[in-house]
Design a protein around this ligand. Structure first.
Ligand code: FAD
Length: 391
């Protein structure tokens, strides 16, 4: 049965339908029993628990957003709360879903033809095909709208891709990677569904991460990778189309930031009731209450913001700057919150066993990926002043 989270202080979840609440409750129970007990260990070993992909798909997490696969009518708000549930248990698992469902499937949904959507979305939703999204490059991160070096050259009915990608989530074991490359003829960015078994495609795991250690990122090299025209995303004609995918996924990351903050907050509330100092639980010390209340304030303000973002998504009125503000704001509030919550655990705040440390470390990646705080700030700055500060 569904219960509103104590950290959802204003009961935003009451806006969900009964069917949606039931689905949230099911996912929550599964994450608590199957993921929370094992994830610290996977995080420490920097491995992804691949065995959770099928159950995640069976729970519908990879299906709800798409017309081709959704089991029942559901709202953007509901999908936001699913992102909260995932990240409040583990942000790497949330990121895996964000890449599979938002970036990879989202690219095909937004930029693919009807045939491409019908072919790929059901397989991705079932977890039969693992997807990745390759935009960032070693020499092009924030400036990927104009700075991509990866090239695509038309050759009869095929395209030949050459270049390098960096940071690509899920790409150590993806079956397909969406590769964004510049057409050497017209100079526009185009998208390709690249099966990772294609000769010339090579992915290498990035080692030594201190954040989101359980999710896997890869460096990719593409050497004369030949892709048929049928695998070019038919409605991706320039970076403007790539940006449509990012608009949706930035809103998802804002939701995931709320979940990450909640995860840390819950760990801090629990610990503060159990830890005794000066003869009483630290929860009864005023300065600990201050940390908890400031954290709850951040979480509550952020949920209010992303709830409105979801409503605008549904109404079709969400613009790039709206998603950018939510991403920059909610990840900044998350970053403060996880630090306060870690602080509330003292020394145990830096030990994986007590959970707060994992959220604290993971927050750093959420803060920087899908557009850094600076870049999202500049997107909003351009909208409010009419002046682009980054071109
Ligand atoms: P840079 O662009 O080099 O920026 C470095 C610093 O300079 C930042 O602080 C930035 O804000 C600042 N800066 C740059 N330009 C300006 C400017 N004009 N004004 C002010 N400040 C500026 N990419 C993918 O394509 N697919 C993925 O699946 C993916 N997953 C990721 C997962 C993780 C864990 C991480 C860390 C990254 C991932 N990324 C992925 C890449 C991510 O989107 C980039 O890291 C991000 O866009 C920033 O690019 P960069 O790291 O090259 O930093």
């Amino acid at each position: 049965t569904f219960e509103t989270l104590a950290s959802d202080f204003y009961d935003f979840e009451s806006a969900l339908s009964d069917q949606e609440k039931e689905a949230v409750a099911k996912l929550r129970a599964w994450l608590e029993s199957e993921v929370r007990p094992i994830i610290g260990d996977y995080w420490e070993r920097a491995e992804f628990p691949k065995q959770i992909v099928k159950p995640l798909a069976d729970l519908g997490v990879l299906s709800y957003a798409w017309d081709e696969t959704k089991p029942f009518e559901n709202s953007a708000l509901f999908r936001g709360f699913l992102a909260v549930e995932l990240a409040r248990v583990d942000a790497s698992v949330g990121t895996f879903v964000g890449v599979q469902n938002g970036l990879a499937t989202g690219s095909i949904s937004i930029c693919g033809s009807k045939e491409q959507r019908e072919e790929w979305i059901p397989k991705l939703a079932a977890g039969e095909v693992i997807g990745a999204f390759g935009l960032t490059e070693p020499l092009s991160g924030s400036d990927s709208a104009q700075g991509l070096r990866t090239t695509a050259k038309r050759d009869g009915d095929s395209w030949v891709l050459n270049g390098q990608k960096r940071w690509i989530g899920n790409a150590t074991f993806s079956d397909i990677t969406i590769i964004w490359a510049k057409d050497v003829e017209d100079g526009q960015v185009k998208g390709f569904i690249v099966p990772t078994s294609t000769p010339g495609y090579e992915a290498t795991k990035i080692e030594g991460k201190i954040s989101l250690r359980a999710v896997q990122n890869a460096d990719i090299t593409l050497t004369d990778v030949v892709v048929p025209e049928s695998l070019r995303l038919q409605n991706a004609n320039s970076f403007k189309d790539t940006a449509k995918v990012l608009r949706a996924t930035r809103a998802d990351v804002a939701w995931a930031a709320v979940g990450t903050a909640i995860g840390a907050y819950e760990a801090a509330v629990k610990y503060s009731q159990e830890r005794i100092q000066f003869g009483k639980p630290i929860a009864s010390h005023q300065l600990i209450q201050d940390l908890l209340v400031k954290s709850l304030g951040n979480i509550t303000a952020s949920i209010a913001m992303v709830k409105r973002v979801s409503e605008m998504q549904e109404a079709g009125t969400l613009r790039d700057e709206h998603a950018a503000l939510a991403k920059a704001f909610c990840t900044s509030r998350m970053r403060e919150t996880v630090a306060w919550c870690r602080e509330a655990l003292g020394g145990n705040g830096i030990v994986l066993d007590y959970q707060a440390a994992r959220y604290f470390a993971d927050a750093e990646a959420l803060y920087s990926y899908e557009g850094t705080r600076e870049m999202n700030t500049l997107i909003v700055g351009r909208a409010i002043t009419g002046k682009a500060a980054f071109v």
